[in-house]
Write a protein that binds this ligand. Structure first.
Ligand SMILES: [Zn+2]
Length: 455
């Protein structure tokens, strides 16, 4: 048994020998809502949900349609594009009002199976959909998340790669049908951000960089799957996201590329480290840093998290593209040493990740939000919202990264505990500044309505 086998054996042993739910605490070191109920005696099921599956593209489409019909009040299915071979990419939406954006209700997304042979994310997202739907109005956590969040799940970003993949193969099916690695296929706007960060003059801009007119030098032909994600990012005011992979156990956060070798910090470095730790610490063992959880060839990851560039550079990756060009904060999750585990082992991954998936989703509810209106009370979109944190000497400064208000004039800004000065700017309107807005730990402040007058 090689090192990979040991990991599987240990995980299997610790889970399947648990006799009662007191051991379930292992699953939930940091739980914001309430702990998962579980019964390991029926490992291959979770309250009637079957967990050992490898789901074909055809089966996936049929499941999504079935769930859409069975839970029609809280679901919507939107095609967002097609793969090279014409498989439709479906955004499966779960919310109390799934067809429209509700002001002050944040939009969240999970993306699975970007690398076609990394199947853990794909299968546990199927479980997550089913768990949320079955437990809505029955379980407090499920009900809270569905009622207060618009949840988008793209189970597979790379169905063509998946169709090529086979058990226990490290590379086959990773790329799309044109042999392109989709996580290297986004325009690398990190390069533009580095150009604009001038620490000496105190100037910077790290957001919505496609609007600066500056173009990354590595522009390549975007694949249909990549284009679908780029369009999707413009369709909804996403706030938080994770992109599910396999091959290691770690939660990876931007930037994925450095202007020099080593760590490459965003203005939101502390926030990103927190978000990654919410996942790793709620996973059954990702954050414990013991050797048993390291995959062959990996270094140790303290707290189960890593800055992307500090691990290895990924130019053209999806998480940085989210941060560089939209309001959305995305991290990348590596959920196991084996990229394509055997069907009989799939149940383990659900139990390892269940609380983490829920807690990370719940982290969309931290920071500040509010609605910005004009003199007539109409919502103002595209207002630039910038925060300044006086307690820390961020480098680059947090004020480098602004977010913009959505169609209804509502905005969301993820923040850690602290006092912030918040500036609202829109051309032809008088700038509004709100000072010392206090944010408590793991909480969201809904600000009083912000009125903006014409100049
Ligand atoms: Zn991957």
């Amino acid at each position: 048994m090689g090192p990979l086998g040991v990991v599987v054996f240990l995980s299997l042993f610790s889970l399947s020998t648990s006799e009662n739910c007191s051991d379930c605490k292992l699953l939930s070191k940091t739980v914001y809502i309430n702990a998962t109920d579980c019964d390991y005696l029926k490992c291959t099921e979770d309250e009637g949900m079957k967990l050992n599956h490898h789901t074909s593209n055809e089966e996936l489409e049929a499941y999504l349609k079935h769930w859409r019909t069975s839970y029609n009040e809280i679901t919507a299915v939107k095609p967002i594009g097609k793969s090279v071979k014409g498989v439709i990419l479906y955004d499966f939406i779960i919310s109390d009002n799934p067809e429209q954006h509700e002001p002050l209700e944040p939009e969240f997304k999970y993306v699975g199976n970007m690398h076609g042979n990394e199947v853990v994310g794909r299968e546990i997202l199927i479980n997550l959909i089913e768990w949320l739907l079955r437990n809505y109005k029955k379980n407090e956590t499920a009900t809270y998340l569905v009622d207060n969040t618009r949840i988008h799940i793209l189970v597979s970003m790379n169905p063509d790669g998946y169709a090529e993949s086979v058990d226990n193969n490290w590379l086959k099916g990773r790329e799309n049908a044109n042999k392109v690695d989709l996580n290297r296929n986004f325009p690398n706007y990190d390069e533009v951000a580095y150009k604009l960060i001038d620490l000496v003059k105190g100037q910077c801009r790290t957001h919505h960089l496609q609007e600066t007119g500056l173009v990354p030098s590595n522009l390549q032909k975007e694949q249909p799957e990549t284009k679908a994600i780029m369009r999707w990012l413009k369709m909804y005011p996403f706030v938080l996201s994770a992109n599910l992979h396999g091959g290691s156990f770690v939660a990876n956060y931007p930037y994925d590329v450095g202007s020099y070798r080593g760590k490459s910090k965003t203005p939101d470095d502390e926030l990103f480290r927190h978000l990654a730790f919410v996942y790793s610490s709620s996973h059954s063992f990702m954050s414990d840093g013991s050797k048993a959880n390291q995959c062959a060839g990996d270094k140790a990851f303290p707290d189960g998290i890593t800055n992307g560039a500090d691990w290895y550079p990924v130019p053209g990756g999806m998480q940085d593209y989210n941060y560089d060009t939209s309001n959305c904060y995305e991290i990348t999750l590596e959920l196991g040493c084996i990229k394509y585990p055997k069907k009989k082992d799939m149940w383990m991954y659900w139990y390892q990740n269940k609380d983490a998936l829920l807690n990370f989703m719940n982290a969309v509810h931290i920071g500040i939000k509010g609605i910005i209106v004009d003199e007539n009370g109409n919502g103002l979109p595209d207002v630039k919202v910038t925060v300044e944190d006086n307690r820390y000497d961020h480098n680059p400064a947090m004020s480098c990264h602004s977010v913009y208000s959505a169609e209804d004039g509502d905005f969301f800004r993820l923040l850690l505990e602290g006092d912030y000065d918040v500036t609202f700017e829109l051309p032809f309107y008088k700038t509004v500044v709100k000072r010392k807005v206090n944010v408590k730990s793991n909480d969201v402040v809904t600000m009083d309505t912000i009125f903006m007058e014409r100049e």
